[in-house]
Each structure stands twice: as C-alpha cells, then as structure tokens.
Design a protein around this ligand. Structure first.
Ligand SMILES: Nc1nc2c(c(=O)[nH]1)N[C@H]1C(S)=C(S)[C@@H](COP(=O)(O)O)O[C@H]1N2
Ligand SMILES: [Mo]
Length: 212
C-alpha cells in the first residue's frame, strides 16, 4: 500500500511551488507556470493495475441509450485516429507534441448515445482512480482514448493498455488504465478534485487548485 498522506502532500507541495527560477516561457504553447520537458515523467498513485489486452474491457454506462462493453478486439476495430497535442501536468511540466493514437472519445460517446440529462462524466481507472469532467469537454475533437504514443504502445506505467487524454485540461483529468466512462446528471468530484484540485483544470487559466 502506498503512503497516501505522504504521496498526496508531496504532490500538492510540488504543484504549489513557484515557477522554476529564471525560465521564461516565450512559447505561447507553454502555459504560465509550466516548463517544457523532453522526457515523459510518470505520475500516479503508485498502484500498477495488472491488466493485459486479453482481460481489458472498457465500459460506457450510466445515462446512455446503449451501454457499451468493449474488449480489446472490438476497440481495435473502431476507427483509429492520431491526435497531436500538448500534455500539461499540474506539477509544472509540459511535454509538447504528443502523438496519441487511438479512438476519439466523441466516437465512443456517440455510439453510447448520451441521454438528454447526462451532463457530467466520471472517468474510472483500473487502479481505482477517478476524475470528473463535464460531458461537453469530453466531446472535444482532441479528446482521445489512446493505446499508443510516440511510436509505441503505452507502457503500463503510462496507463497501458489504454488511457484517455484530455489536452485542454491538466493531465490529471485523463485517467490512465481506463476502465469505464460513467455519465450522470450531477457533478461528482474525482480523486484529486476531492483533495483540492481545481474542478475545471484549464492550464491556460492556471486552474490548479480550487482555492486559487
Ligand atoms: N488511473 C490513473 N490515472 C491517472 C493518474 C492516476 O494516479 N491513476 N494520475 C494522473 C495524473 S496526476 C497525471 S499528471 C497523469 C500522468 O500521466 P503520466 O504518468 O503518463 O505522465 O495521469 C493522470 N491519470
Ligand atoms: Mo498530475
């Protein structure tokens, strides 16, 4: 078991620290308070769920016309898209030009058919992680349920076999090891949102914490 208290306190402290001294982000693609990195750091709760392609399933449920349960083959048979986007972590690193390959969230949500009263979504990870987002944001054209990036299948550490990426939000709004997408009427705070992270999480507005 990870030391939850320590893990959470450490991450909050890191994110609250000021911008790295002396670095000016002239590039408009890098939001205020962020620094570009060329590597791809790993950030999670420290639980690596043991899921492989044969046991993996993705469920879309809640306020939908058709509940969807996809296995690996069904997922691979859906139209595949590459979406290039920038990845902004609230702990102040940004990785530009991530070429996520997978299925557009739009396509899957349209297959499920959100009911009229569906307004909010919970993204569930196989590690028990959750994060919340409004349905409209999830329907953006750049939101992708990805199985590969930078030319390779996602490693387990980075959320493989499948994670969701929401480029217009800080990276915590994208669940690694994506297990389910749940649609509901009212907003329900996710793991970090319950612990003080901002509900909207727009990197260009620096929406890091709900008290900021
Ligand atoms: N299932 C799950 N998804 C998660 C997390 C997690 O702990 N569990 N951490 C989030 C956070 S805080 C960040 S910054 C990104 C990090 O993704 P990376 O480890 O691939 O860089 O994943 C997000 N998705
Ligand atoms: Mo994060």
């Amino acid at each position: 078991m990870p030391d939850w208290k320590k893990l959470i306190a450490g991450k909050v402290a890191l994110a609250k620290k000021g911008n790295i001294a002396g670095k000016v982000n002239a590039n408009q693609r890098i939001p205020a308070g962020q620094t570009e990195v060329k590597n791809f750091p790993i950030l999670d709760l420290g639980i690596l769920p043991d899921i492989n392609k044969t046991s993996w399933k993705l469920r879309i449920y809640g306020l939908v016309e058709n509940e969807i349960n996809l296995d690996w083959d069904a997922f691979q048979n859906l139209p595949q898209t590459t979406k290039v986007s920038d990845f902004h972590c609230v702990t102040r690193w940004t990785h530009l030009d991530m070429d996520w390959l997978g299925v557009k969230a739009q396509d899957l949500l349209m297959m499920a058919g959100p009911l009229e009263n569906a307004k909010f979504v919970t993204l569930h990870g196989y590690d028990g992680y959750t994060t919340n987002i409004d349905l409209v944001a999830l329907l953006d054209d750049d939101v992708i349920i990805a199985h590969s990036v930078l030319g390779y299948p996602l490693t387990t550490a980075h959320g493989g076999p499948v994670r969701i990426v929401v480029p217009k939000r800080y990276a915590w709004k994208g669940a690694k090891w994506l297990k389910a997408i749940e649609l509901h009427e009212e907003d329900r705070l996710g793991f970090w949102e319950l612990r003080g992270y901002h509900n909207d999480a727009d990197p260009f507005k620096e929406q890091r914490f709900s008290d900021s």
